[in-house]
Ligand binder design. Sequence first.
Ligand code: GRF
Length: 210
Amino acid sequence: MNPLRIAVFASGTGTNFQAIYHAIERNELDAEVVGLITNNPGAGARDFAENNSIETAVINKKIHGEENIDTEILNCLRNWNTELIVLAGYMKMVGDPVIDSYKNRILNIHPALLPSFGGKGMYGMHVHEAVIEHGVKVSGVTVHLVDNEYDTGPIVMQRVVPVYDTDTPEVLQNRILKEEHTIYAEAIKLFAEDKIEINGRQVIVKRKNA
Ligand code: GRF
């Protein structure tokens, strides 16, 4: 099989993007990052891509006008022959035309155990603040497929991370981020090896010879 062609969407630092890139470099994942799309010209993810000779596209309403964003994104994705979209801290809702064109081929990572602590407004530190405020004893990471709403798509993989009484949101965020950096490449690997079967809300990992 040829390496899976993935396009990463990121708005911030891009530590997840970097972790995926390094997993590919270490031959743990048979994939290629064919391009990075960001809405934020100042994103650290963009610097990382440029320093590693990955094509980048800054697409936002200021440059292109809100109504042209989806078309711009789709053009890039098609030019890169994208097979899988990986959202890694992308702070914009992906538009319906993109979701419809890449049905079941868009992944997102969320720093909590969905369906808890997800949805609109639940991003970044807000998630960890809400987790601590609620007093739950475990949080974690969810990798899921993206549908037309926030954080509701079928779950591909989850990992549990303990929450301690002494945790601040920052401390918890770091503990969770560490897990994010391994689980995302593992989830993408399932797609790269064509091991995923989707049955309604259930994402099933195909067994060998199945
Ligand atoms: C991560 O916590 C991820 O779960 C969320 O956005 C954050 C991105 O962090 N979707 P980074 O830019 O990959 O460091």
